[in-house]
Ligand binder design. Structure first.
Ligand SMILES: Cc1cc2nc3c(=O)[nH]c(=O)nc-3n(C[C@H](O)[C@H](O)[C@H](O)COP(=O)(O)OP(=O)(O)OC[C@H]3O[C@@H](n4cnc5c(N)ncnc54)[C@H](O)[C@@H]3O)c2cc1C
Length: 456
């Protein structure tokens, strides 16, 4: 097989740097060995790569930031079309819009937009997540109740389709594709190369963090659910509740407020009234300082800014949505799961929905679960490989035990074990997505195990 017609930096198994080039953020998938990785530097490189894969009938995957929970952006014996080098961030101060290459990492997006005009887009908290994968699945973060999901700020998308040709999608041209890419776009319709975003001015924010002993879990969870009512809670606050394992010993609520601390304090009174608090922090800072705080950037932020191999973690995460306030039996189920964990780093998080996320109808973009009260993420982390199976089993058992009380799952927190993933991820938008897939990728060139290719 000749690959001399592929353009961009091509890395094969015998090349220096192959081992770095193939890795996913999740070390659980370190044994995946693609046949070739092409680091596309231009849109033309992407066109060549898609045409080459099609001509030679080579299986391939698309990759931006390498953070897929199930390593769906890499594969054994196939081509990886990597767009991480298409990472420009071009801001236009007159219209306050930004054209961003699909390979840009979130921290670069936030920093550049802040430096240029103190503006931002609503996105996730991890510094090295790719804007490509994040946006195509929805994109939730700590300013989402005010500014919406990442897709809600998208004005236009540029994509290379299954013929290897450039397509522009927006409300005015190819609006069916534009609809589908906003929530159902991961590796389904083409290789996205650029997004046009509208941006939002930001300045001073207040971040807060409150912690209680694990024994307070039922009370904290009940209060959080009532307080974070999607319609009533001030949309300038986006909160996250973290229920750690009993072994870890605590539960906490953190959040970001787009305003000053004097305004925040009355809004979180129900949380402050909860007894036995073990830690409390309420701090005003600039928006970009808050970004770095939630990204966990340590003393050496440059470590994160460098493109290349992301710091790895070994984990199994999965998801669901809470559409209703949990009953006492749901709370007991959560307590039981967290009291019997294979290690201390097992937890569940609830991210508050509502506000602007809810202003858009579930059928208006492919992202369906806008009516949820919160998104839920079950998580387990470990370092000893021998501990892997027990942690994976724990996550799966927890997710299953909660099924009577939850709905669906988030495609960006994808989980290979969810059997009814099409309905779980896409709800009532599934059939329209399948129709759009048939129109835009009739040969099912873009495939992966939880892709629309498996349904059409
Ligand atoms: C540590 C961590 C923190 C996270 N935090 C958040 C968060 O705060 N909020 C949130 O919403 N999500 C969060 N996520 C989930 C994240 O949104 C998804 O994992 C997302 O899909 C990652 O995108 P990526 O480009 O980094 O990953 P990749 O592995 O490169 O891609 C993910 C998926 O998108 C497809 N894809 C990637 N690029 C393209 C493209 N250009 N065109 C078409 N398809 C493409 C891939 O084929 C793959 O299926 C987090 C994940 C991790 C690991």
């Amino acid at each position: 097989m000749h690959f001399d017609t592929l353009t961009g930096r091509v890395v094969a198994p015998w090349d220096p740097g192959y081992d770095e080039a193939r890795l996913d953020y999740n070390a659980r998938f370190d044994d995946i060995h693609p046949s070739l990785i092409v680091f596309c530097e231009t849109v033309q490189d992407v066109e060549e790569a898609v045409r080459w894969a099609r001509r030679h009938r080579i299986r391939f995957r698309i990759r931006s930031g390498r953070h897929s929970y199930e390593a769906y952006s890499i594969l054994n014996r196939g081509l990886v079309i990597d767009v991480s080098a298409i990472n420009h961030i071009d801001y236009d101060p007159d219209c306050r819009t930004a054209r961003i290459g699909a390979g840009a990492q979130l921290i670069d997006v936030y920093q550049t937009l802040w430096d240029q005009d103190q503006v931002t887009i609503p996105g996730g908290s991890c510094a090295t997540v790719g804007i490509g994968g994040l946006t195509l699945g929805g994109g939730f973060g700590l300013v989402s109740r005010q500014f919406g999901l990442t897709i809600d700020a998208v004005e236009a998308i540029q994509m290379i389709d299954s013929r290897g040709s450039r397509v522009d999608a927006s409300p005015w041209v190819h609006d069916d594709l534009f609809w589908a890419l906003r929530g159902g776009g991961n590796n389904n319709f083409g290789v996205v190369t650029e997004f046009a975003f509208r941006t939002f001015p930001v300045g001073l924010v207040t971040i807060f963090s409150l912690q209680w002993p694990w024994s307070q879990l039922p009370q904290v969870l009940r209060t959080f659910q009532e307080w974070s009512d999607p319609d009533d809670l001030d949309r300038r606050i986006t909160p996250i509740l973290t229920l750690q394992s009993k072994q870890a010993g605590h539960v906490s609520i953190i959040g970001e407020f787009l305003g000053i601390s004097a305004e925040l304090e009355p809004l979180i009174l129900p949380l402050l009234a909860l007894p036995n608090r073990t830690a409390e922090s309420i701090q005003e800072m600039t928006y970009i300082e808050a970004v770095k705080h939630f990204a966990g950037l340590g003393a050496d932020p440059h470590r994160w800014l460098a493109h290349g191999v992301p710091d790895q973690d070994t984990f199994k995460n999965t998801s669901a949505y809470a559409y209703r306030i949990f009953s006492e039996s749901a709370i007991r189920t959560i307590q039981d799961a967290l009291s019997d964990t294979p290690g201390p780093s097992c937890l569940v998080q609830l991210g508050g929905f509502g506000g602007t996320i809810r202003n858009i109808e579930p059928e208006d973009t492919a992202f369906y679960h806008r009516r949820a009260r919160s998104e839920m993420q079950y998580q387990a982390y470990w370092s000893d490989p021998a501990a892997g199976p027990a942690h994976i089993h724990w996550v799966e058992q927890f997710r299953r035990a909660m099924l009577p009380y939850t709905v669906g799952a988030y495609v960006n927190y994808c989980d290979a074990r969810i059997r009814d993933w099409p309905e779980a991820y896409y709800g009532r938008n599934l059939h329209r997505l399948i129709r759009t897939k048939r129109r835009w990728d009739p040969a099912n060139l873009f495939r992966y195990p939880q892709g629309l290719s498996e349904l059409s």
